[in-house]
Design a protein around this ligand. Structure first.
Ligand code: GDD
Length: 387
């Protein structure tokens, strides 16, 4: 893959946010580089793919669509499915296990499948990650953010250097392949051990409605604007640098994941940026930044394939907006003006309350390899093929 090297960036303390860049050519290795374009040698592509675990969070998606996603991920990357799908009355989870088993049998690739409500998982994490386990139910809480945290721990347990996240409700397998190639290529652009790649879908649409490919999503556009407003006010220089506040498809180094806080549910992607900027920009002088003396590189890439996913309705959109804005609203990034603008925006959407502060989980300091081994040796629901 050829990606335009992102030249323009803005520095906020130790955080370097690169302006959005684009995919120039979907596939190309061992290519003599033109000025201003980045690509990998086949050797580096393989090495990076092998060091990158791909985590797929899934909750009751169509197994046919999940199968397309699984088949699209390059074979050299280990796959980790974190499922919160139902086991009864309809056992969707068992279909996911069958898909994982099939793909392993046909290709030999390693696949790990962990159920979010696995009692072994909650037992192993209840002390290490305060708040993650719902006390009344005794299992890990619902939520995409919660799923990503489990997936990241499993990726660390597999000894991966990087972790990339790809949603399970993607109708275009070619787009999934593109996301993986963007991760390998863009992660290799940065020399910092602390780095993140965030994808902005070039075109997006919903499966089932009349096809119309939009440039801007209904959540990321709004939340990125609020984010930029907060950054602009704090620094007194107007900026529009953030384009990927809600990037569902993103990847990072495990080194960065280990100094992050993961937020619950759909606040997770926005909160990664909030946490990085809170610790390594706003509170950097208070010794809050564990990345120092390194920079944290945030690279934003616009993908080329259209992103077609399931239309889950207006309530779902509002839920994602409120949860993401809640992360900014309750952070050190937001002054009175920013908070007032968030409340105004929500009122225009007929949401009258203050957004709730998302639950936040610190990345646990534990032996991740042992965590994964313990799950796989003791669990009756989570499985691995080919490890
Ligand atoms: N493990 C797990 N646990 N996965 C979950 C859960 C959960 O509780 N809830 C949802 N998921 C999975 C879904 O099955 C899907 O694969 C992925 O997480 C994204 O969830 P969706 O509910 O489909 O989100 P979306 O497609 O509407 O929104 C996407 O885009 C937003 C930006 O516009 C997501 O990626 C958002 O996170 C993102 O902010």
């Amino acid at each position: 893959m050829l990606i335009r090297s992102p030249l323009k960036f803005e520095s906020y303390g130790a955080v370097k946010i690169y302006d959005i860049t684009r995919v120039v050519c979907l596939y190309g290795v061992d290519f003599e580089r033109k000025h201003g374009v980045f690509n990998l040698t086949s050797e580096d592509l393989l090495k990076t793919a092998e060091s990158t675990s791909i985590v797929i969070p899934v909750k009751n998606e169509d197994p046919l669509v999940l199968e397309g996603v699984l088949r699209a991920i390059p074979l050299h990357s280990p796959v980790i499915i974190i499922s919160n799908s139902s086991q009864s009355p309809l056992d969707i989870y068992s279909s996911e296990i069958d898909l994982a088993k099939n793909i392993h049998q046909l290709s030999g690739r390693p696949v790990v499948v962990i159920h979010q409500k696995d009692p072994v998982v909650s037992e192993l994490l209840k002390d290490g990650v305060p708040g993650l386990v719902d006390e009344s139910e005794g299992v890990v809480r619902d939520g995409k953010g919660e799923g990503l945290l489990l997936g990241t721990l499993a990726a660390e347990g597999l000894n991966s250097k990087y972790v990339g996240y790809i949603d399970a409700d993607n109708f275009i397998p070619g787009a999934v392949l593109e996301y993986a190639l963007v991760y390998y290529t863009a992660l290799s652009m940065s020399k910092s051990p602390y780095k993140m790649v965030r994808i902005s879908w070039g075109f997006k649409g919903w499966y089932g409605s009349d096809l119309f490919l939009r440039r801007w999503g209904r959540v990321s556009g709004v939340v990125s604007n609020v984010f930029n407003y907060a950054l602009s006010r704090g620094r007194r220089f107007e900026t529009d640098i953030i384009k990927t506040s809600n990037s569902g498809e993103h990847a990072m180094s495990i080194e960065l994941a280990k100094i992050l806080n993961f937020a619950s549910r759909y606040a997770v992607e926005t909160h990664e940026l909030v946490h990085i900027l809170d610790t390594c920009y706003v509170r950097m002088k208070e010794n809050a930044c564990r990345a120092l003396p390194n920079n944290i590189d945030v690279i934003q890439v616009e993908s080329r394939n259209p992103h077609l996913h399931v239309e889950k309705g207006e309530v779902h959109i509002l839920e994602m907006l409120v949860e993401s804005l809640g992360s900014i609203y309750h952070s050190s990034m937001a002054d009175q003006e920013v908070r007032a603008s968030i409340l105004k925006l929500l009122r225009e959407l007929s949401y009258e309350e203050e957004p709730v502060k998302p639950r936040v989980y610190g990345y646990p300091n534990m032996n991740a390899k042992k965590f994964l081994n313990d799950i796989l040796s003791r669990s009756e629901v989570s499985v691995a093929y080919g490890l």
